[in-house]
Design a binder for this molecule. Structure first.
Ligand code: NDP
Length: 488
């Protein structure tokens, strides 16, 4: 792994005295790598190089650009274990989940490689006779990509691949917590034959490097994933100078189990949604709204399921839940667990995992009797803490589900198609599942949320590609000699 930044096809060590220290959250005495932090001057150089590279990359026919993405797909597939190991060691998720994330990113690469052969506009009828009107999609130029730590492979991939295939050049700033996986991703694109300057990597801190990208007048679009607070700041700063922006932010997702739900299916979905990836997914299930007739049985099974989880280092194949990502998140999650004990009944967990003091390990935690007004019900915890609240009707469930500021994803368990469809229509989230967990996204499907979760276009799918393009509407008049009525 390279431990610097990557500009104009070369790895280099920024001349800063500040370091980005890449720690293993499962063993905080293990320093995986130290990256010299990039600076605003490095961003300037990265943008200038990306501007130069854009002039040539935009002229490469889209199917040829797509073949670079395709080669990256093949290289990534041959390096799954290496990528998953890096991801597991720097982010903490267990190896099986890390492999799952790498494979998800590979699907995204496959999808966008194919999309390069279908960069399509529309043909539409014109008002005038013998006038041909159609649209084409053109790249934006240099785009800035700012990504978080929780999916250090999948999120950079689902921004970089559509941006490149559409003909843009990219300046990527990964989270300073997980620069190793991003560095491997850049290596893969380099090996795939991506020309120098098309993908610039700047490893540094958000306040300096992130801000410099957001404020740079030659960065035409910003695609950001992270917290709602930072996202809103990024949106307003970039918006002020007229850049195009999309932000995918926090979530507080609910599973609703109605009276006719299959209890075993609910339990399996909620255990995975709440504790998978240590609850550090933006699509995590952090609330269960369960019909009172099923509450006892389902709650008991969830507590048993949480008890059966084996918390431990992600690299240990017997572990089923890894650590929290860093000291700040660890303190924040423990703070919410402490708060939860004052707001509701803590049925299991609620603190640090015993015997694992070498890392940021917490217990899988279940709170019952949670009031919809409680902070643990309303605020994003981003850790393995589930809040359970009972409901009597679908209307009550919808009211509680919609009472939070976020709107990413939701799920209803029922066999009643009327209730399912009423839920689909009434719930305020960008993605809705019926008899499915809240988690998951697929390359071909739009991903994102509403309310405090999302600003701008959806990611992945055709929408994710369209964000990185602008449309040009073309009028071609071939009515030689005839007069056109320009007042029509
Ligand atoms: P942040 O929003 O702080 O960071 C996301 C990215 O933005 C990082 O690369 C960060 O850099 C960068 N950044 C920070 N400040 C600025 C700035 N002023 N201008 C431009 N870029 C900036 O999220 P965190 O990673 O700190 O996580 C905190 C919370 O965010 C979590 O508790 C969770 O609630 C939420 N979150 C949501 C995610 C989602 O997918 N919806 C993913 C991850 C987090 P740096 O790493 O250097 O600070």
């Amino acid at each position: 792994m390279h431990t610097g930044s990557f500009i104009d096809g070369e790895w280099f060590a920024p001349k800063s005295t500040t370091k980005v220290t890449n720690l293993n959250p499962a063993n905080t005495s293990e320093v995986l790598a130290e990256f010299p932090a990039a600076t605003a001057a490095d961003v300037q150089r990265a943008v200038e190089g990306a501007k130069r590279a854009f002039l040539e990359w935009r002229e490469v026919p889209a199917p040829q650009r797509a073949r670079v993405i395709w080669r990256a797909t093949e290289i990534a597939r041959a390096r799954v274990e290496e990528l998953a190991t890096m991801l597991c060691r720097e982010e903490g998720k267990i190896l099986a989940e890390a492999r799952g994330e790498i494979n998800k990113g590979i699907s995204v690469l496959e999808y966008y490689a194919g999309a390069g052969f279908r960069l399509q506009g529309r043909t539409l009828p014109a008002e005038g006779k013998n006038v041909f009107t159609y649209t084409i999609r053109r790249p934006l130029g240099v785009v800035g990509l700012i990504t978080p730590w929780n999916f250090p492979w999948a999120i950079p991939v689902w921004k970089v691949a559509p941006a490149l295939v559409a003909g843009n050049t990219c300046v990527l700033k990964p989270s300073e917590i997980t620069p190793g996986t991003a560095s491997l991703m850049v290596e893969i694109f380099q090996e795939a034959g991506l020309p120098a300057g098309c993908l610039q990597l700047v490893v540094g801190y958000g306040e300096e490097v992130g801000k410099a990208i957001v404020d740079h007048p030659d960065v035409h679009a910003i695609s950001f994933t992270g917290s709602t607070e930072t996202g809103r700041l990024v949106y307003s700063q970039a918006g002020k100078r007229g850049a195009k922006v999309t932000c995918e932010l926090g979530g507080k997702n609910a599973v609703i189990a109605l009276a006719d739900a299959d209890p075993d299916a609910v339990v399996a979905a909620v255990l995975n949604g709440a504790f998978g990836s240590t609850g550090q997914r933006c699509t995590a299930t952090s609330r269960l709204l369960v019909h009172e007739s099923l509450a006892g049985r389902i709650t008991e099974a969830l507590v048993e399921g949480a008890r059966a989880l084996k918390v431990g280092p992600g690299m240990d194949p017997t572990s089923t839940m890894g650590p929290i990502v860093d000291a700040q998140q660890f303190e924040s999650v423990l703070g919410y667990m402490k708060l939860g004990k004052t707001e509701a009944e803590c049925l299991i967990g609620g603190g640090k995992a015993a015997g694992l003091e070498q890392g940021y390990f917490v217990e899988p935690t279940v709170f019952a009797g949670v009031s919809p007004d409680a902070r643990i019900f309303q605020e994003e915890i981003f850790g393995p803490a589930l809040s359970i609240c009972t409901i009597k009707t679908l209307d009550e469930a919808l009211r509680y589900a919609n009472s939070v500021r976020y709107g990413l994803t939701s799920s209803v368990y029922t066999r009643d198609v009327y209730e399912a469809m009423r839920f689909v229509e009434g719930v305020e989230t960008g993605m809705v599942h019926v008899n499915e967990p809240t988690v998951g996204g697929e390359a071909q499907l739009p991903f994102g949320g509403i309310k405090a979760t999302g600003i701008g276009d959806r990611e992945m799918s055709e929408d994710g590609l369209n964000f990185f393009t602008e449309q040009k509407t073309v009028f071609v008049n071939f009515d030689e000699g005839a007069k056109r009525d320009f007042n029509r």
